[in-house]
Design a protein around this ligand. Structure first.
Ligand code: ARG
Length: 447
């Protein structure tokens, strides 16, 4: 057979990105060799030599003593070639009853299990930062928005905890995907299994899987677990991006609800007054790449017949990029949030300006027996009056109120007091303090 053309060889090779799975590849091989010996497929002496050789390779790579040979086709070929170089022909027995197809399928699962755990850890740190900020702002009033128009008063804690709830679901989405991924394809071999009497349960157990993939073709062919994880990561990014967008708005002079710590903002090279929220903007921007990674994975998989096809080598760069990006973003977003300073006076001023207690005023009349729709109309007229007089609901006199409706009494001022408006939203999950404290407890349980 003719040697592969040099450029085709470079094109075919995956070592420059799959070398990051060297540890998982070596661990998988060690479990495989131990199983081969236990089943009498290779001698115990041979297995011992293989395992010791692999262990030495692992240590050498980890200590920087063994550089990865980038001319190898992939990490699987590199490790096997290195083993044979070190222990001779015995090393050639390792690939009995195995194929690179099940090898790569097991490596990527092991790798993603570790990365998923790390990302969950980072999400828990983010939840901690959210809870800490929320605890400090249980009584901090801010305007709640719909359509980015001031709508009703809420507390800053309640707003932050909404994101907290989203990130708790992100954690459970990742955990769910890992649960379904945690079955071992090792021993599926090329696609149809093997003529050797192997023990797949043994290797599955040794590698920490919950069981084995029941169909060898499925074991080597599907990457649905990558799709699921990518979808969960894309959702994390969507939440981070939305949160970032608000941080950017809040940090603007137009809002000035928060101040970002200097260590998480940048200056302008020309405008000395600028403090730019680059970190939040980049997190928002990087969301696009993770969405792209998900699309790439779905598209790579959609047309390939069973079982393994080389297209599937393209799974790695997408999932690696998504893992790296999500980790990077969480690593900077969390301390940015933790060091962010809320400016409650500015939030309150904004809350006082938008007639955000108009609903409460209508509720006041309704509770005195006026039908809600009638009260709603009446309050609309009062708001129009305030706008014309350039004043706010809190500043009207009782006489002015009574000129609109005789049922207004002195207690109207308490009814539209913003702190009362917030605390009297007593419905479960509302912005009142009891609900906020329940939410904090719920999230703390997830940390
Ligand atoms: N580098 C390959 C990949 O990532 C490993 C599997 C190769 N299998 C094969 N039959 N050529 O998919």
């Amino acid at each position: 057979m003719k040697a592969l053309d040099q450029q085709a060889d470079d094109f075919n090779s995956s070592i420059h990105f799959d070398s990051r799975m060297y540890r998982q590849d070596i661990k998988g091989s060690m479990a495989h060799a131990a199983m081969l010996a236990a089943k009498g497929i290779i001698g115990q002496d041979d297995a011992d030599q293989i395992v010791a050789g692999l262990e030495a390779i692992l240590q050498d790579i980890e200590r920087g003593k063994l550089p990865i040979d980038l001319t190898a086709e992939d990490i699987h070929m590199f490790v096997e070639a290195e083993l044979t170089k070190r222990i001779g022909d015995v090393g050639k027995r390792l690939h009995t009853a195995r194929s690179r197809n099940d090898q790569v399928a097991v490596d990527i699962r092991l790798y993603l299990k570790e990365e998923a755990a790390e990302i969950i850890g980072l999400l828990r740190q983010l939840l901690e930062a959210i809870v800490t900020q929320a605890k400090a702002h249980k009584l901090t009033i801010m305007p709640g928005y719909t359509h980015l128009q001031r709508a009703q008063p809420i507390t800053f804690a309640h707003h932050l905890l909404a994101y907290g709830m989203m990130f708790t679901r992100d954690i459970s989405r990742i955990e769910d995907a890992v649960k379904r991924m945690n079955f071992s394809p090792l021993g599926s071999c090329a696609l149809s299994g093997t003529t050797y009497d192997t023990d797949r349960q043994m290797t599955a157990k040794a590698l920490g899987f919950d069981g084995i993939c029941m169909n060898s073709i499925d074991g080597v062919s599907d990457r649905d677990f990558c799709v699921e994880l990518l979808s969960a990561f894309a959702t994390v990014m969507m939440h981070l991006s939305r949160f970032s967008e608000e941080v950017i708005l809040w940090a603007s002079w137009e809002f000035k609800f928060i101040e970002l710590d200097d260590s998480y903002t940048t200056g302008s090279s020309i405008m000395p007054q600028k403090k730019n929220p680059d970190i939040a903007e980049l997190v928002r921007g990087k969301t696009g790449r993770v969405y792209g990674d998900l699309m790439a994975m779905l598209t790579v998989l959609k047309g390939i017949p069973l079982a393994y096809n080389k297209d599937m080598q393209e799974d790695k760069e997408s999932i690696f990029d998504a893992v790296d990006t999500v980790k990077q973003c969480l690593t900077v977003f969390t301390p940015m949030l933790a060091t962010m300073k809320a400016l409650p006076e500015n939030m309150l001023t904004a809350a006082q300006k938008g007639f955000i207690n108009a609903t409460d005023l209508a509720d006041y009349l309704t509770k005195k027996g006026i039908p809600f729709r009638t009260a709603y109309k009446q309050v609309g007229q009062i708001v129009a009056y305030c706008i014309e007089k350039n004043t706010v609901l809190e500043a009207l006199t009782l006489e002015e109120y009574q000129s609109f409706h005789p049922m207004f009494e002195k207690d109207v001022f308490a009814a539209i007091d913003l702190q009362n408006c917030v605390q009297s939203r007593i419905s479960a999950g509302g912005t009142n303090q009891i609900s906020v404290e329940e939410q904090i407890k719920f999230i703390e349980n997830k940390i």
